[in-house]
Design a protein around this ligand. Structure first.
Ligand SMILES: [Zn+2]
Ligand SMILES: [Zn+2]
Length: 454
């Protein structure tokens, strides 16, 4: 059981952190007598419930040099440290947030001295950078922020979101517990009322609505997820029928989004569904992915992998990739079967630096439709596929998601992939690699850049 309260999503401004960056920051500002000071530089983006800040760079103040006793007792960041940080924020077009810690656990608020110093300092900093500036104060299990938005005045930060093995949310004080819908009574006994409430407030995208996606949609809708974004440009063909849940012969030639939406609504009468019968790289689909809380990737193509991976790291979102590989040689002899359920998060490497996007196949997959068909000169052999193998991989991903939302993973830093090999009845864990200079998952790359203007 998580040793902290899991808050449901809050509307308003949020600030997302990759797990490792959060751990480093919390350790720095909450340890030692006065704690330490730091600045977070953050990209910006639009989330499902408001604007999002995306922690991209951590600048830790060195105690006694950058973080010194101020004139009125409190420690403060030194003028030269602040100047260097705000110039970086200006040059890179990032938000600037000064961070310090207070004693305490579940509640935190700025002191009158903190607020006075914000009023004295932030208007000038905002003039320099032209971006959001503000302060963030942390306690062990709480966070509060005072944001100065260009042209819009001052806004409180509604929540900090830590994206790791658990999807943790911190507020100035714990959310009031409200009893879960009696419909979900049995489940709420596992996830807690707050966990069930969290599921109801989440927007979850499913990319690929074939055999695996069909099971994911059913599971997510029945878990009580409030909003599903369904993305697939394909239509149902006869050979899909055995693996698409509740599919009927009359569904042949219908868009897969249509069948998935019907199933989602049958499973959950109150669900909101956004059906996008397009390829994932279409602007409408990408925009919807950016505004999700979690993405499930159940499409085979390399373009889908490329784009979902990009959105995860650029917008600091968690995603789960679910896939099944069945080797059959030219003579029809079945080789190894494995299912893979991979967590893709901003602190656990990425599909790109783990060699899971094939650049040659990606190039073909990114071509316009007509050229793509022409480039696929090798006649396509239908991939073998079995509903029960799909279920194994999908269930692994769904369980991981639900436990993460409820904060029930024992170790939030554990972000290993799970591989099942049914022929040897074995289950393996695989730790993703992280390339320090990766164009997607590193600070020198797109990590936390958010929506780029222009
Ligand atoms: Zn303070
Ligand atoms: Zn990477």
């Amino acid at each position: 059981m998580a040793d902290y309260t899991m808050n449901p999503p809050a509307p308003g401004w949020s600030l997302a952190f990759p797990q490792d960056m959060w751990d480093e920051l919390a350790d720095h500002v909450l340890t030692g007598p006065g704690g330490g000071g730091a600045v977070v530089l953050a990209g910006t983006s639009t989330g499902p419930r408001g604007q999002r800040l995306l922690a991209r760079q951590l600048i830790l103040a060195q105690d006694g040099i950058d973080y010194v006793p101020g004139t009125i007792g409190h420690h403060a960041l030194s003028a030269s440290f602040v100047r260097d940080a705000i110039v970086r924020a200006r040059d890179e077009g990032l938000a600037y947030l000064a961070v310090h810690g207070h004693l305490g656990r579940d509640r935190v608020r700025f002191s009158p001295v903190d607020l006075t110093s914000h009023e004295r300092g932030y208007p000038a900093l905002q003039q320099i950078s032209g971006q959001v500036v503000g302060g963030l104060v942390l306690a062990e299990n709480a966070a509060a922020g005072d944001l100065w938005i260009p042209g819009q005045g001052r806004e409180p930060l509604a929540e900090v979101v830590v994206v790791g093995g658990n999807l943790r949310r911190l507020r100035p004080e714990p959310a009031a517990a409200s009893a879960a819908d009696p419909l979900y009574d049995r489940q709420a006994r596992v996830f807690g009322d707050r966990g069930q409430e969290s599921l109801r407030h989440l927007t979850v995208a499913v990319v690929g609505l074939g055999g695996v996606g069909s099971i994911l949609v059913e599971g997510l809708a029945r878990l009580g997820v409030g909003h599903l974004v369904l993305i697939d440009d394909d239509t149902v063909d006869e050979t899909n029928l055995p693996r698409l849940l509740a599919a009927e012969p009359t569904d042949i030639r219908a868009p897969k989004t249509e069948l998935a939406e019907r199933n989602a609504r049958r499973a959950n009468a109150n669900i909101k569904v956004t059906a996008i019968p397009e390829r994932v790289e279409q602007p409408r689909a990408l925009r919807a992915l950016e505004k999700s809380d979690w993405i499930f990737l159940a499409a085979d193509g390399d373009a889908a992998r490329y784009w979902v991976n990009a959105v995860v790291h650029q917008h600091l979102l968690p995603a789960t990739q679910v896939g099944i590989k069945i080797r059959v040689d030219d003579a029809g002899v079945v080789g190894q079967i494995h299912t893979a359920t991979r967590l893709i998060t901003p602190s656990a490497g990425c599909l790109w630096c783990n060699g899971l996007v094939d650049p040659a196949r990606l190039a073909v997959d990114m071509l316009p439709a007509q050229q793509r068909a022409a480039a696929d000169y090798v006649p396509e052999v239908p991939a073998p596929s079995v509903i029960t193998l799909n279920m194994l991989a999908a269930a692994e991903g769904l369980n991981h998601f639900a436990l993460a939302v409820a904060g029930l993973h024992d170790d939030p830093t554990d972000q290993d992939s799970v591989l099942h090999r049914p022929r040897s009845r074995s289950r393996h864990l695989q730790s993703p690699r992280r390339d320090a200079t990766c164009r997607w998952c590193s600070v020198s790359g797109m990590l936390g850049r958010g929506r780029l203007t222009g």
